[in-house]
Ligand binder design. Structure first.
Ligand SMILES: [Fe+2]
Ligand SMILES: [Fe+2]
Length: 256
């Protein structure tokens, strides 16, 4: 598992853990992020049970596990949340798991002993240190009906969950940032058309993100967008036809 420092100012850091070379081919590649502020750290989409040992080994090179006070789950998927009981066992009793109010009861099937703080639909703020505050912003229906992004106004980093996700072949991964946007479209196009079905939600999310000052947009899968690539991604997403699965209804109905 590689560790990238996405941003740092003193003891306020954004770390990304990605591109695990030990990952089995049948397990989707994921990025796990950590926001560290002094003695407090928050993991963003800490990942599935399959990669927990590699993730623990990489994380503890950078952050003592005792500092992890918050787990943020952008939504309910197993690649986001299934390692939850393992994290709870290694972290302290004061660990809080943040997830949409819609999903706490469902994700409790991964770990009924976790302490959840449910996120209201309009989002909330979490103070990691007296001067470090992250904002949880709605990303509903993209793709989950109860879904959130994380924005840090000081670092100007936006963690976007599955929005911006790309399925990049192992041999093309290279660095963590997109360098050739046109080539990168091939790795994220089909994913967004099929997984994202809500055009109105897409429009609202893009409008919201355009109000933010974003230097790095970091999705849960694939590469990150930096600088001018952030704007290119938003322009691309805004124009993309979504809901490719809807065609299946017509195919099925034609046989009825
Ligand atoms: Fe997902
Ligand atoms: Fe995902």
């Amino acid at each position: 598992m590689k560790c990238y420092t996405i941003w740092q100012n003193g003891d306020h850091r954004w770390l990304a853990f990605a591109q695990d070379p030990e990952r089995p081919d049948n397990v989707i590649d994921t990025n796990q992020l950590a926001v560290v502020a002094g003695d407090c750290a928050m993991l963003l989409d800490p990942g599935g049970g399959e990669l927990f040992p590699a993730m623990m080994a990489a994380l503890t090179q950078e952050v003592p596990v005792s500092r992890i006070k918050h787990l943020f789950l952008s939504h309910q998927d197993p690649d986001v949340a299934s390692a939850l009981p393992l994290w709870r066992q290694v972290c302290g009793d004061d660990l809080t798991v943040h997830i949409s109010w819609m999903w706490a009861g469902f994700v409790s099937h991964f770990d009924s002993h976790a302490t959840f703080a449910t996120i209201p639909d309009a989002g909330t703020e979490i103070a990691l240190a007296p001067n470090v505050l992250v904002r949880l912003l709605p990303a509903h229906y993209l793709h989950s009906p109860g879904c959130f992004s994380v924005y840090d106004p000081k670092a100007k980093v936006l963690f976007s969950g599955d929005i911006g996700a790309a399925l990049v072949p192992r041999e093309r991964a290279g660095d963590i940032y997109v360098t050739d946007f046109d080539e990168h479209i091939h790795y994220m196009d089909a994913f967004h058309r099929r997984w994202m079905g809500a055009r109105m939600a897409r429009d609202k999310w893009v409008a919201m993100v355009r109000r933010l000052d974003v230097e790095v947009l970091a999705p849960q899968h694939g590469l990150f967008f930096k600088g001018e690539q952030v704007g290119r991604f938003l322009d691309w997403l805004e124009a993309l036809p979504l809901g490719s699965g809807l065609e299946a209804y017509d195919q099925a109905m034609a046989k009825l």
